[in-house]
Design a binder for this molecule. Structure first.
Ligand SMILES: C=C(O[C@@H]1C=C(C(=O)O)C=C[C@H]1O)C(=O)O
Length: 95
C-alpha cells in the first residue's frame, strides 16, 4: 500500500470519529429537551449559543485553527441540535 492510501485511511478513521461525536452531540437533544421542559426554558437559547461559539473560538485560537471556519462548523452543530429538539417536541423543521 502506498503512503497516500495510508494517509487517506487515517483520514477516514478520523472522519468516522467526527461523525460518531456529531451523532453523540445531536443525540443529547433528548436529555436537553427533557431538562428544558422541567425548567420551562426555550429550545433556542441565544445566550448559551454564544457561550458555545466563544468557547470554540478560544479553542480554535489556541489550536491555530481558522476561527471563521470553526464558527461556521459550530453554528451548524447548534442548528442540528435545535432542529432535533424541535423534531422531538413535535415542531418539526418549522422556524
Ligand atoms: C443544547 C442546547 O440547546 C440549544 C443548542 C445548543 C448547542 O447545540 O450547543 C446551545 C443552546 C441552545 O440553543 C442547550 O440549551 O444547551
Amino acid at each position: 500500500m502506498n503512503e497516500l492510501e495510508d494517509i487517506r485511511r487515517e483520514i477516514e478513521e478520523i472522519d468516522r470519529e467526527i461523525l460518531a461525536l456529531i451523532d453523540r452531540r445531536v443525540n443529547m437533544a433528548e436529555r436537553v429537551l427533557e431538562s428544558k421542559r422541567i425548567n420551562g426554558t426555550s429550545i433556542n437559547d441565544q445566550k448559551q449559543n454564544e457561550v458555545v461559539i466563544n468557547r470554540a473560538l478560544n479553542a480554535a485560537t489556541e489550536l491555530n485553527l481558522d476561527p471563521g471556519s470553526i464558527k461556521a462548523i459550530f453554528e451548524v452543530l447548534i442548528r442540528m441540535s435545535i432542529e432535533r429538539q424541535n423534531e422531538l417536541s413535535g415542531k418539526g423543521r418549522l422556524p
